[in-house]
Write a protein that binds this ligand. Sequence first.
Ligand SMILES: Nc1ncnc2c1ncn2[C@@H]1O[C@H](COP(=O)(O)OP(=O)(O)O)[C@@H](O)[C@H]1O
Length: 196
Amino acid sequence: MEPRRYQPNVLVTGTPGCGKSTTCELLERRLPDFQYYNISEFAKEHECYDGYDEHRKSHIVDEDKLLDLLEPLLRKGGAIVDWHVNDVFPERLIDLVVVLRCDNSILYKRLNKRGYHKSKIDENIDAEIMGVIMQDAVESYEQEIVVELQSDNTAQMESNVDRIVSWVELWQSQHHSGVTNELTAQPESGSDGDDD
Ligand SMILES: Nc1ncnc2c1ncn2[C@@H]1O[C@H](COP(=O)(O)OP(=O)(O)O)[C@@H](O)[C@H]1O
């Protein structure tokens, strides 16, 4: 059986350039007990690669190897996971999925500034217009744990961070009080509860 988690795991996903890393870095400061996993960097660091995609000019991530390494870390809870791919993490390990969204013209400027090739910018803008990442998220997780947050400007990003922190605190209060209740629960009185 899956061990009980005392902190939730939060997956922050979205099209590249939507603001995942910036949001996660702010979250990290607000949630000092949490561990931040930028999966692109994690995959590079642990060489979770399975070839190179010449067309995209990027490494192909070996998802099996990635998950083998990541799963024991996520089982403990308290992880902030940042990746544009979201359908590879087992549902049982994820408590909240945040899908960041961005206006196309703003996203274009961000990706252009990043020096992406035009074909790569177009591919990402198309994905954002079609809501590909959101679609993947709702197909992979219970709809109740998926939230879509707009991240066009700093004010929205700050508000998103506040919302995620509030959600984490709510999760903690529900789960920690749940533990206490289980431990302190009195046996049922056996009354039929006749309320006439
Ligand atoms: N909500 C936002 N408001 C203003 N700038 C943002 C916002 N989100 C991201 N950015 C900027 O856009 C760029 C891409 O953000 P980043 O967090 O690296 O995106 P991702 O991790 O999704 O690829 C960065 O220069 C970042 O400062």
